[in-house]
Write a protein that binds this ligand. Sequence first.
Ligand code: IMP
Ligand code: MG
Length: 175
Amino acid sequence: MTQSPEPKVLISREQIAQRVLELGAQIERDHPDGSLVILGVLKGSFVFLADLARAIRRELRVEFLGVQSYGSAKTSSGAVQITLDLTNPIDGSDVIIVEDIVDTGLTAQFLMQQLAARQARSVKLCSLLHKPARSIRPVQIDYLGFTIEDVFVIGYGLDYAQKYRNLPDICVVEG
Ligand code: IMP
Ligand code: MG
């Protein structure tokens, strides 16, 4: 019989909230003017993006891009695919890609390449989490929430087989 994994809190909602405020303030300081676009990578970033956008107290646009690199397994398939493209132009804007986690780095590298061709004024990467132990491609993360060990995490937008995205804390699956 299959049992549900038992989630254990790794990063609490209070810790996340505090760090998101700091990241928002940092982004605000670094972008005093110009057109700012916060580009959420679906689906995993949707909770983080909602909080981060409200922590940046200046005019901005929210856009989304859908990518898939994982099936229902815990390991990357290696192939990254765009499942939903941008619906508005980003040329001339400062773009901040918002990711839930940089794991192997394949998705982030793919996105940076894709967006380089679209005449943005600048493209930066903001990721809530980084798992450096599993890095395959070196990725520069301009705004980083937390560095974590090589564990599979769920909650605050992150899924396991499309479930657990609604957990308020970042948890580790055990079992
Ligand atoms: P990449 O391996 O850096 O390309 O990571 C791509 C995507 O894999 C991330 O945006 C997440 O959606 C997903 N992912 C990687 N590690 C985890 C994890 O520990 N939990 C949930 N999703 C993960
Ligand atoms: Mg995911």
